[in-house]
Design a protein around this ligand. Structure first.
Ligand SMILES: [Cu+2]
Length: 142
């Protein structure tokens, strides 16, 4: 192999690595968010499916619409529902994690502008390796 071919190969590998930074192995299915008035809370839901060959670890979430947190709805006491931070969420290869009413959700705390049906809420999922996944959630009734 000539030196020039070696450099070309290196450049191509660097380009491939850059392309991998957007989490192509993750599929976001049916992302949606609840309508909300200004200052009120909303929540977003979706299914995150890992089509890759290794586990990914979700560590946080952010949104341009509101302060965002990963939450889990839990039974606090007999018949009393509450919610708590979901912590770190691992998605194994071939597995899916469902964010759905009554379970995991992306809490949107104090939306900056009204979320009306049909609008789009941008949500960024953050992973432990520094990569991110941007998802557009459609505002609709449950
Ligand atoms: Cu919540």
């Amino acid at each position: 192999m000539t030196n020039r071919k070696g450099w070309l190969l290196l450049l191509m590998m660097a380009a491939l690595l850059l392309a991998a930074c957007s989490r192509p192995e993750l599929q976001a299915e049916e992302p949606w968010a609840r309508p909300a008035a200004v200052g009120a809370n909303s929540a977003a839901y979706l299914i995150l499916r890992n089509r890759g060959k290794s586990a990914v670890t979700l560590v946080g979430v952010s949104s341009s619409a509101a302060t965002a947190e990963l939450h889990r709805t839990v039974m606090k006491a007999e018949g009393v529902m509450g919610m708590e931070p979901a912590g770190v969420i691992e998605i194994g290869p071939g597995e899916e994690v469902r964010f759905e009413p009554g379970g995991l959700h992306v809490m949107l705390i104090g939306v900056g502008q009204p979320l009306a049906e049909g609008e789009i809420v941008e949500i960024t999922f953050e992973f432990d390796d520094g990569q991110e996944l941007l998802v557009d959630a459609v505002v609709r009734q449950p």
